[in-house]
Design a protein around this ligand. Structure first.
Ligand SMILES: C[S@@+](CC[C@H](N)C(=O)[O-])C[C@H]1O[C@@H](n2cnc3c(N)ncnc32)[C@H](O)[C@@H]1O
Length: 326
């Protein structure tokens, strides 16, 4: 496994988390290749670090890499499930989405350039279905809804129609799906900066892993897990993710604007029942402050050296109330 994930906005995270008191509790809720964890361990040798990842391969790789690091525990699980089980934390990081390893490792089925099975599960050890299975069973309308809602793909209807037309012969590989999407969209769309199947792949990945629903549930749960003065930093990579974090942070900071009943994510109707968020955090409203009004973005230098960082946005929230208020 030679593919390395370059951690994004490392210095910005260090700044957002400074100072870290000796003995603090730190949680890296998206361990991945362990880049951020390694830096946090360096910064605080007396801290207790808990790392989480849904992908068992990431967890195993991390346990091998950090074997013998007594104050680090790497847990396998979804962050929205694991965060509520933790003792109060002083610093929590969520660097959401998939890592470069997932995108480049053809066998995981996220890559539209290298041929691999159409899988896309972050946790292949669980009961979740693969992307091949999802596109094999959804109606044309439901498939179009998934591609439109989670991919913000304007040609969702044409793409869904083409998938349904071709799936009789089986669409089991990433390159087969990419070819079908390519053929389904108008020619000028094929000449854009992105491959025309990029948004379709994003949509399927989000649907398979319930990525947006998990962020929606995890942010209030992470906030609830913060000790007084504790900080939560979330790095997102596209507007659907950032919108959720921005609105939840504002609510938690008691600065909500607009209609609170308006959903933060419009899930495709057939996914609403399983993917919808719970919002148990409103009793906590006003017990946090926004550390930055505007999201922090990577420097030009970082974007030049790591183009994958270009759409990253970092938001930081701090619990302000005293222990008695919790
Ligand atoms: C962008 S990568 C993190 C990279 C990491 N910060 C580093 O420095 O290497 C995101 C990681 O979080 C994991 N992940 C994504 N969503 C998750 C969730 N809901 N629960 C747990 N892990 C998740 C993915 O498997 C992936 O390894």
């Amino acid at each position: 496994m030679s593919i390395e994930h370059v951690p994004v906005m490392m210095e910005e995270i260090v700044e957002a988390f400074s100072p870290i008191e000796p003995g603090a509790g730190i949680c890296d809720a998206t361990f991945g290749g362990g880049g951020h964890t390694a830096r946090l361990l360096e910064l605080c040798s007396t801290c207790t670090v808990t790392a989480i990842d849904a992908d068992p391969i990431m967890v195993q790789r991390g346990r091998d890499r950090f074997a013998g690091t007594g104050h680090l525990t790497i847990l396998h699980g979804w962050f929205d499930d694991v965060l509520p089980t933790l003792s109060p934390q002083d610093r929590i990081l969520m660097d959401v989405g998939v890592s470069m390893f997932h995108l480049r490792e053809a066998a995981r089925g996220f890559s539209l350039r290298d041929d691999g099975p159409l899988d896309m599960r972050l946790d292949p050890s669980g009961d979740d279905e693969s992307a091949a299975s999802l596109i094999g069973r959804l109606s044309e309308g439901d498939l179009a809804d998934v591609i439109f809602r989670y991919g913000e793909e304007r040609y969702a209807r044409r793409i869904a129609r083409a998938i349904v037309r071709e799936r009789g012969a089986g669409i089991d590989t990433t390159t087969r799906l990419a070819e079908i999407v390519w053929a389904a969209v108008p020619p000028p769309y094929r000449r854009g900066r992105m491959h025309p199947a990029t948004r379709t792949f994003q949509a399927l990945r989000i649907a398979i892993n319930d990525e947006l629903g998990r962020i929606e549930r995890a942010v209030p749960r992470a906030a609830a897990a913060l000790a007084p003065g504790g900080r939560l930093a979330v790095i997102t990579f596209h507007s659907l993710e950032d919108r959720i974090v921005k609105h939840l942070f504002r609510r938690l900071a008691g600065r909500a604007t607009g209609d609170r009943s308006e959903p933060l994510v419009i899930h495709p109707p057939m996914m609403e029942s399983t993917h919808a968020a719970d919002h148990p955090m409103y009793e906590e409203e006003g017990r946090f402050r926004l550390v930055n009004r505007k999201p922090i973005v990577p420097t030009e230098h970082e974007v030049a050296s790591n183009p994958a960082s270009r759409s990253a946005k970092l938001r930081v929230l701090e619990r302000t109330t005293g222990e008695g208020d919790r």
